[in-house]
Write a protein of this length. Sequence first.
Length: 573
Amino acid sequence: MSVRSRSSTSSAAESEKKQTVFSENEKSVGYDTSSVSDYDSVYGEKYYFWSRTKASNAQLDEVATQPSVFDDPDKCHHFRPIDTYENLHRFDPKFRWTWREERQVVRKVDLRIMTWVALMFMALQLDRANISQAVADNMLTDLGFTTNVFNNGNTIFKVFFLICEVPSQLVSKKLGPDVWIPIQMISWSLVALSQFWLKDEAGFYITRALIGAWEGGFIADICLYLSYFYTSIELPVRLAYFWAALTTAEIIAAFMAFGILRMRGVLGYEGWRWLFLIEGCITAVVGLVSFLLMPPSPTASASWFRGKNGWFTPKEETIIVNRVLRDDPNKGGMHNRQALDWKMLGKSLADVDLWPIYVIGLLFGLSSASVDTYLTLTLRSLGFTTLQTTLLTLPKQFLTLFTLLAITYVSQRFNQRSLLGVFAQAWVLILLIPLRVFDANTNRWSKYAVTSILIGHPSTHAIQVAWTSRNSNSVRTRTLSAALYNMFCQLSGIISSYIYRADDSPLYKRGNTALIGIACMNIVVYILVKFYYIFRNRQREKVWNLKTPEEKEQYTLTTKDEGSRRLDFRFAH
């Protein structure tokens, strides 16, 4: 089913039926159905801020409410939010608003919520990625470490990141992301800045473990938090902005490192020590301010810091809540501080139809992660100085930013996911081949160009996170599926740490051969996943079409199938 559809049903017949019900219900409550306009006719190709919009001023004043289960008086009670749902007082299935009002509300959410979330992610990247800049400043030599110690440290970080993903999600669901995320940020920043006093392998391993443990779950927690404010149409684009913020952070960090690393010798300390200290302090400040700038929900933005009336008016709160619930009624099935129990966890793990995306999470990054991780070491081995190395990482960051936004735009524009994964892996494969052929006599600028373009390949990570959320189809599953997907991504990082080995340096011929094989395998995996979801959709469509309208109605009202297990749900691919 297209993510551009705001109806929760899957078949064209059901969608047509819902449109009829919607019109009849509108007449019954006194609304003029002639002013109702669907999303596509108003927004057209509007996905990013630079995209063109079809809407005229007249269209923007048309009713924005899209057909949903709440328009059917026989079904709406079945999908009504639970009594403990935090936004229940703003739930109103008869409430209508215009496209102009919706657009203004979304802009406000972008400004108030998304902007700060992006800044928090940038802070995360400062403490997560500055290890590469520290290595460019001879950190390994200063501490007497080999590249294998560096690999072990990266592995320890990712192992603890991985094992803390689900526990972090469970804590976040109990306390609320608005409480747990700032606690995470302050905790890991204190460990990160303590690396200023790093002396030996034990200290290196301990700090990598603690940073990984506190950062584990952060991304999944953020995705859960954003789902409170955005629809399924909007979330992939916001996640693209999210990862664009990461790349922006890497660009800013490179400039910061260029200056901070020149502090080598200040008070007798190396530049990389000052890097850890200064950037850790920055993250701590962002974490403290996050306590003040993260409202628990759209209807709970009032505070002494955010104002006694909050960020949103009662009407704006009603628009946010109802547009989100109309897009996905399952979001009203849990309170945002309702803990998950072990039974819920078991159900989420047993949702086998999400495992193909988890497999992609495990494999897709393997083909390029090693090249990226070793970029600074590779540049140093090519004879570039510390400062040159820091600046030479910038072009690939700009390329990554551009390709990330571009491929996510294409995904939204053409409602594709798997095929774009094939494209990204083909990009990597084409550039791995010359990297494998290069020898010691190859011009260093040629090696640098190929490596940078390879690493700057279009990342499908944001698409896949939103894909996981979309195919979860329930708050319970969505809460854990994001964590599980990210766990597989971290497991991928652990594997990639051992593809490039010290005895294979500096050309890494053996490692690059393995990467070529992995890229080829990934292309096949993406194609198989697409066929799997097409097959599953056809299976369900066949069963669904055999039912009479009465049987479909009965199923909708009485089924115990949840989330993606529902017969009337179709998987995106």
